[in-house]
Design a protein around this ligand. Structure first.
Ligand SMILES: C[S@@+](CC[C@H](N)C(=O)[O-])C[C@H]1O[C@@H](n2cnc3c(N)ncnc32)[C@H](O)[C@@H]1O
Length: 257
């Protein structure tokens, strides 16, 4: 395992039990932002039964499946935000403890493994394009692959995008939510040395800075993302949308029809 991947595994194993409470506000904001962008994401969603049948996401035809791959799923932000519009969410993450929280939350919500379940896995290993843990048929042919706030942690983001597109059905959608290009975060302690002790940090700032050693990229520009989507085979209908707080939503469709 690459050193930075191991750093991520260990960092997020430690963070897992507190992640949802630490990021409660951010999780709520991103959930709302995702649900406001169902049309932008462009999947032929199934309707949310609670919303009734008037949403235009394809009705409640029980025979139709909409399958979502949530890569670097963590505790399940992306899955839970989009589950009302899908029939199955499959999570994959490098951290056993994040996967544990994902599955415990799904079970607490009364969901079956068929509806929402995560496993430990890594598609970003250069010489292992089909990891054994992710080789079963239900890890392929997804309608949408989502990657929420994980892209900036990868050694080779273009490789990760390619590997996710390989798991889409023809015409399936790749959605990446990450940061726009920004100044590098420095470690919390280093920041204290520069500023002098006694300066407060808000909790969110502290958590991001303490995760600085797990970050490989300081956000992504639109042109970088466009190049990555094109070389991954998902440049068709490429779109990039920025949220006020520097988070971007990038989508593109897999080339194969
Ligand atoms: C900031 S968290 C985001 C989690 C979740 N998607 C969310 O939006 O809340 C980043 C996640 O990426 C995972 N991760 C880092 N490198 C990974 C890799 N190579 N393969 C799979 N997951 C990885 C971490 O374990 C962590 O759960």
């Amino acid at each position: 395992m690459a050193e930075v991947t191991e750093l991520n595994r260990s960092h997020f194993n430690n963070e897992a039990s507190n992640y949802d409470s630490k990021f409660q506000k951010t999780i709520q904001q991103l959930t709302e932002a995702l649900q406001e962008r169902l049309d932008f994401i462009g999947v032929d969603w199934v309707a949310n039964e609670e919303d009734g049948d008037d949403q235009g996401y394809g009705g409640t035809t029980p025979s139709r499946e909409v399958r979502l791959l949530d890569y670097a799923c963590g505790t399940g932000l992306m899955s839970r935000a989009l589950a009302p519009y899908t029939t199955q969410c499959v999570g994959v993450d490098i951290s056993e403890n994040m996967v544990g929280v994902y599955n415990a939350t799904a079970q607490n919500q009364g969901l079956s493994d068929d509806e929402m379940h995560a496993v430990v896995g890594d598609v970003t290993v250069p010489d292992d394009p089909r990891p054994a843990a992710l080789s079963a048929p239900h890890f392929f042919d997804f309608d949408v692959a989502v990657l929420g706030l994980g892209f900036h942690h990868f050694v080779d983001p273009p490789l990760a995008a390619r590997r996710l597109v390989e798991r889409l059905r023809p015409g399936g959608v790749l959605l990446i939510l990450d940061f726009v290009t920004h100044e590098p975060f420095v470690k919390h302690e280093e920041q204290d040395q520069h500023r002098g002790h006694g300066h407060g940090h808000d909790d969110k700032e502290k958590v991001f800075h303490n995760a600085a050693h797990t970050v490989t990229h300081h956000g992504f520009s639109e042109s970088q993302m466009k190049g990555i989507f094109e070389s991954a085979g998902a440049g068709r209908k490429f779109a990039f949308q920025e949220m006020g707080s520097g988070v971007v939503f990038t989508m593109g469709r897999a080339r194969r029809e």
